[in-house]
Design a protein around this ligand. Sequence first.
Ligand SMILES: [Zn+2]
Length: 235
Amino acid sequence: MATDNATQSEAIRSTTRLLWIVVAVMAVFSVVAPFVKGRFTPAEAAIIHSPDTLLYVLDINERSDSSILRTPSADIPVRLLRSEDYSLLCSKMLSTVKHPSQDGVGIAAPQIGIDRRVAVVQRFDKQGEPFEVYANVRIDSLWGEVTHGPEGCLSVPPMRGLVPRFSSVKVSYTDISTLKRVSEEVSGYTAIIFQHECDHLDGRLYTDRADTVFTSMEWAAERAHFDSLGFYRRK
Ligand SMILES: [Zn+2]
């Protein structure tokens, strides 16, 4: 009997171990599969399909937000760029950065909780100063004068800092209409926005580069109004 009990116990332990392994493999697969298959993860899709046009902007002072903001972003597979989800992601990022409670000149996908290489940049170098979305955007080279100008970030409220930036950049990204890789040279304030947003996609914040960081009383006052209306709360 003792031997039979021991055999049964060992069989139960083996089965339990096997079940745990199966559960662990399934859990890992559910996280990895969307990347492998070129889809947004369920968590990303939940943000993209949120009913709100103003998305919650992650705050570096929140621990869970900080880890997302500090994670380098993954490229979006090219075939995903023609999906409805990508189109919706772009429109949500645009409506968020342009919303009066944010009033930004750029935003990167990690700031809304999606670690993918997508950024919105307001093109002050183009007529009408349009906001444009860039997929898989990267800075290829930097040159020109380095100036230490004032900068702020929607994820680091209500601070500002003096940040050294190059005056010119060469950026490359995937063109949404041709799905080909293109590059262009940009100078001036728009070049600084590209540097700021691409830093986000590398898990970096302007505070990492700033000479000084200080509280902006003016921005704090502007935010207080929207804060009292609940605009910065996570839903
Ligand atoms: Zn920022």
